[in-house]
Design a protein around this ligand. Sequence first.
Ligand code: LLP
Length: 426
Amino acid sequence: MEKNKLYFDGCDVTELAKEYGTPLYVMSETEIVNRFAALRKEFLEKYENTRVAYAAKAFFTMAMAKLAEREGMCIDVVSGGELYTALKAGFPPERIEFNGNNKLAKELRLAVKSGIGRIIIDGFGELAKLEAICKEENRRMSVLFRITPGIKADTHDYIVTGKKDSKFGFPPEDEILMEQIRQAIESEYIDFKGLHFHVGSQLFDNRPYLQALEVILELVKKIREKFGVEVSELNFGGGFGIRYTDEERRPYAYFLDPMMERLEQFCREESFPHPAVVIEPGRSVVGEAGISVYTIGQIKDIKGVRKYVSVDGGMTDNIRPALYQSVYSGVIANKADEEKTETVTVCGKCCESGDILIRDLQVPVPEEGDIFAVFSTGAYGYSMASNYNRNGIPPVVLVKDGKSRMIVKGQDEEDLIRNDLLPEDL
Ligand code: LLP
């Protein structure tokens, strides 16, 4: 390794910047593969009848679908776009599971026609819509019902999804839920499998998961009492936290072992057959596998106030600091070993004062032309990118052991006007 340079999965980051330009997303294949391996070791191989459905929303491209397939994963999609991407990449449809609070008729139809594995019913009217489509297509679909267990997880409010006051899922005590489950059980087009919950995202505590599981197990009992049907599948969602700056990451087993143990005990005590268990990790697979690479441009030193260091991207390629006040860390990639003598605020180039990537970061003396890398941007960075200010979305490069290849082309100006029309009367 050359001194004073940042390396990522064997690649000199300054060389990547030269080769592909900046801004640039870089994803480490080794890190992604290691996470999938951890999921296999700590969950799939440890417990029978389990599946991991990688949550595509965190980061998804056709290449990512290939990686997930190769590593033995299923995929959780939440839109027709994600579903289409997976199908186009040749991902086995039976390993696709479809979440979302307002699946459109055309999305449901694509799901039914392509024969995906599961649909997670998320709202009062969805079952009837799905049933009608299955009837028209003469296909059966396996479903779970998404339950909002009413647990308040300790994370940013926007990414709490399991509490009662939520646009997602069914409150467990709701009679409508029982009515819908009855319909699903009785329908010849629907195969009722079980229940799904997702407590929130970027979590470090296993207690909300266990609390949610209690709510779900009560419901499992109620369903048997009422309909004589034993739930055959449970989905625990995702949400496992990662390291952005100084958070301490927990192994998957920390979350999953106590849940599997509790489920085991429940099945023993209540004489239930052990259901299949599915999890949907997104961020914990790709978050730390990504960095964002920028070139430093204008530097504005407001004496006694703040030194702003501008980069050639910003909230368009990483909305998380502006949207959730998320805190990131970064380094000057071509000054990796130099002493950090300055405190700067790294900001983007968008016309928006809130376009700040990192506040009060310690760095060596920054200069125009330096390469700046932000860590842990692999999840919800590229997937939440926008064209605000008509900035193009940067390319994505996948690196492994010193080799790199592009998996998403960057958008140029032509891409930005591609769908624009100029009506003749203008
Ligand atoms: N399953 C369901 C049903 C979900 O709603 C989510 C995330 C996941 C799985 C994956 O969660 P993960 O393992 O990635 O935490 N844009 C936000 C995160 C939104 C998460 C929404 N649901 C952010 O950038 O923090």
